[in-house]
Design a protein around this ligand. Structure first.
Ligand SMILES: [Fe+2]
Ligand SMILES: [Fe+2]
Length: 175
């Protein structure tokens, strides 16, 4: 499968999950246990997505030796920017997980942390990736290459799903 289609599908699923957790944080609808379980599941999927995206798509950008130097420089910059944004999202999700695990935390505070995660993700996934990076990937990679990256991403994702403890070992980028 084309890696871009795969990534877009993941992004859509994340926004749907965030909306469904936000609905459980409305006044009168608060369900702490469900927010906790759905919240941890969301964070796990976000981490699996980010780590496997870094190892497939971003690594592909860094390795695109055939492109002219100015294109390589540009793609390299976009890839590094993406990794930094993943780290900001990781930080926000860490705070979110801490707050959903705290029995004393208020519904409105959980909603605030979730909103921040959603906003960071909106900028990163919709504006930076889907809006800017993906069209560049479409321009510089053939469909066959994109499918190759997609297969790589799927196997990385599977490996991390069955052994999530490997997430901690997965370096941001193999440099
Ligand atoms: Fe990303
Ligand atoms: Fe992404």
């Amino acid at each position: 499968m084309d890696i871009l289609a795969l990534l877009r599908r993941d992004h859509d699923a994340f926004f749907a999950a965030i909306a469904s957790i936000a609905a459980l944080l409305e006044p009168g609808a608060f369900q702490r246990a469900t927010v906790r379980s759905k919240g941890h599941a969301l964070v796990l999927q976000l981490q699996i997505h980010a780590r496997s995206e870094e190892r497939s798509l971003y690594a592909g950008l860094f390795a695109l030796a055939r492109a002219p130097p100015n294109v390589r420089e540009h793609l390299d910059r976009k890839g590094r920017e993406g990794v930094c944004e993943h780290q900001s999202i990781d930080d926000a999700t860490l705070r979110f997980e801490r707050i959903i695990d705290d029995d004393k935390c208020l519904r409105a505070d959980i909603l605030a942390e979730l909103t921040v995660v959603g906003e960071l993700l909106e900028h990163h996934a919709r504006v930076e990736e889907e809006g800017e990076l993906f069209p560049e990937v479409e321009r510089h990679f053939s469909m066959e290459e994109r499918q190759g990256l997609g297969a790589e991403m799927e196997s990385l994702r599977l490996a991390l799903s069955v052994a999530p403890e490997r997430l901690r070992l997965a370096a941001v980028l193999a440099t």
